[in-house]
Design a protein around this ligand. Structure first.
Ligand SMILES: Nc1ncnc2c1ncn2[C@@H]1O[C@H](COP(=O)(O)OP(=O)(O)OP(=O)(O)O)[C@@H](O)[C@H]1O
Ligand SMILES: [Mg+2]
Length: 194
């Protein structure tokens, strides 16, 4: 992760993040959960992990949570749900980005997003690595996914076999916006930088 500014996130344990790039987590089928506020580098880290896995010719797949759920819903419409689910189950590394961002579809006559994610995570659990980012509190997953019990079951599996990195720090996006504004002689409201 050559372009990551470690000094910008002093609370982030560099050793834990760098350890991800040894790919031992993928070898051991451990999941990776990265939480933290918007712009703190969660997707950056997991995208870098995808690149590293590609360098090692591992099978990878990436989707934002809403897009993954939409893909599975499309499968319900045309009967391809089992095939699509199998495809998401297969890669050695699957990254589900942005749990908590965007509106998930909800219909009473279909499985909830929580049901789909539970099935996916349960099938992959101990068989392959799933990397997840979320910028909402874990306690809010039930409401977001539409089923508190299944969301708890997903989190239970993650708790049992995952590396959890919580990035408690400022937004790099805001930092960039401030730098740009400064370069143009503009002033933005103060931000929370280290
Ligand atoms: N410490 C850092 N050093 C260099 N670039 C960074 C750092 N943290 C974040 N970035 C960059 O800032 C931008 C936002 O980071 P990223 O997309 O990873 O945020 P995020 O935590 O996933 O936010 P969100 O919750 O909104 O999805 C990206 O362009 C990323 O490459
Ligand atoms: Mg992100």
């Amino acid at each position: 992760m050559a372009v990551f500014d470690w000094d910008f996130q002093p609370k982030l344990e560099r050793r834990v993040v760098e350890d991800l790039f040894t790919l031992s987590c993928v070898e051991c089928h451990e999941d990776v959960l990265i939480t933290g506020k918007s712009g703190t580098g969660k997707s950056h880290i997991l995208k870098a992990l995808i690149l590293k896995a590609c360098e090692h010719e591992l099978t990878v797949r990436y989707a934002r949570c809403v897009d993954l759920v939409d893909d599975l819903y499309a499968g319900l419409a045309d009967g391809s749900y089992p095939r699509r689910m199998k495809k998401w189950c297969r890669p050695s590394l699957l990254v589900i980005d942005d749990v908590g961002l965007g509106q998930l579809k909800r219909r009473d006559d279909e499985p909830t997003a929580a049901h789909m994610l539970f099935t996916l995570l349960d099938r992959r659990h101990h068989n392959a690595t799933t990397g997840i980012t979320s910028n909402i509190k874990l306690s809010a997953w039930g409401k977001y996914l539409g089923d508190a019990t299944l969301a708890a079951a997903v989190l239970d599996r993650l708790a049992a076999n995952s590396i959890h990195i919580d990035i408690d720090g400022p937004s790099y996006r805001q930092h960039l916006a401030h730098q740009r504004a400064k370069a143009h002689g503009l002033e933005l409201p103060a931000q929370d930088t280290p």
